[in-house]
Design a protein around this ligand. Structure first.
Ligand code: G3H
Ligand code: 13P
Ligand code: ZN
Length: 331
């Protein structure tokens, strides 16, 4: 039986983005796969008074189970209200790639979906995204589209020449598809290795400093679709303190580089209304679990290593909402 997100107490992203645009901040979209990540996100955003987008990739949906996810979404809202949090909560499909998947998510209570047609030709991206919007809007579910392919360390040649979003396409795309927000490519990428060391300079204290995001492209896009919510994927900072803990406790993350916080702050103050964060959450979790195992090798109660990971993730989320996204204290 299909269920509406409205009956689960979830919100779509329309009003969230409108307020973020007016208040010059960005709504955090934190990816999760499991209970402890979800607890950290709901508590971190609830306690810091930030709107939140609970973000689920198709892989995460398979991992967590689609039926269970519906109840996790509903449970997240119920827990938040019981604790007195007043923030709006959206449940969002990240990088949806078929209409079938989008429909299935909407029917099981998602309030927002992304259709990522960025790997198709422009015409095909428009056609498929429009189909998704037509379906989603019947249920008042908001839709994020994408133009431009995110740069990847392995495909920097493509990224250099043709993968940034072309500002001259955005107005036409938004008009033709009817999307509610648009993800653009300005130099971010997914994962913990966003730049090759050769692309970076070395700071005095030995930290790799990546090249700047293409704020010129962002500004060009903003000019063409004024007041329209823009989304930044691949926006983890790859927090060095957690990479360090991982490496000091048996891990091997060499040359992990993310997007510097100052650049994300600058983006959040622009038309960027949604910032996607997955890798930083994974790093925090892994760091704390490695630390517990290194310090107490005889530990085998999952609560004793997942608990500290959850608590640290909550702290990191509060810090990000306050100091990077500017979304704290809004509700
Ligand atoms: O954008 C991708 C997200 O980081 C989700 O990653 O497909 O491994 O769950 P995943
Ligand atoms: P990161 O890998 O930088 O966390 O990006 C996550 C993302 O864009 C999810 O869609
Ligand atoms: Zn993404």
């Amino acid at each position: 039986m299909a269920v509406s997100y409205k009956d689960l107490g979830l919100s779509n992203t329309r009003e969230m983005f409108q307020k973020a645009m007016e208040g010059k901040y960005a709504v955090p979209a934190y990816n999760f796969n499991n209970l402890e990540q979800l607890q950290a996100i709901v508590d971190g955003c609830g306690e810091s008074g930030s709107p939140v987008i609970l973000q689920v990739s198709s892989g995460a949906r398979m991992y967590a189970d689609q039926t269970l996810l519906q109840y996790l979404g509903e449970g997240a809202v119920k827990m938040a209200r019981r604790k007195g949090y007043k923030n709006p909560i959206a449940l969002h499909l990240d990088h949806g790639d078929t209409l079938e998947l989008v429909k299935s998510c909407i029917d099981s209570g998602f309030s927002s979906v992304m259709f990522d047609g960025s790997h198709h030709s422009y015409e095909e991206n428009v056609r498929l995204t429009k189909e998704v919007v037509e379906y989603a809007h019947k249920f008042d579910v908001t839709v994020e589209g994408e133009l431009g392919v995110l740069a990847g360390v392995e495909d920097d040649v493509v990224a250099e020449h043709s993968s940034y979003t072309q500002p001259e396409e955005v107005e036409d795309f938004v008009k033709k598809t009817g999307v509610d927000s648009l993800a653009i490519s300005i130099g971010t990428s997914h994962g913990a290795f966003k730049f090759k060391p050769a692309q970076c300079t070395m700071s005095a204290d030995g930290i790799l400093v990546p090249p700047s995001l293409r704020f010129d492209i962002l500004e060009e896009c903003e000019k063409r679709i004024p007041g329209f919510p823009i989304v930044l994927h691949g926006a983890s900072s790859v927090l060095p303190e957690y990479v360090k803990i991982i490496n000091e406790n048996g891990g091997a993350l060499e040359a992990a580089v993310g997007i510097p916080a100052e650049q994300l702050r600058k983006a959040a103050g622009s038309a960027v209304c949604k910032i996607n964060i997955d890798s930083d959450g994974r790093l925090v979790f892994t760091a704390m679990i490695r630390k517990v195992f290194a310090n107490t090798p005889a530990e085998f109660d999952p609560r004793k290593y997942l608990g500290p990971a959850r608590d640290e993730l909550k702290k990191a989320i509060i810090e990000k909402n306050k100091t990077v996204l500017g979304s704290a204290g809004r509700y």
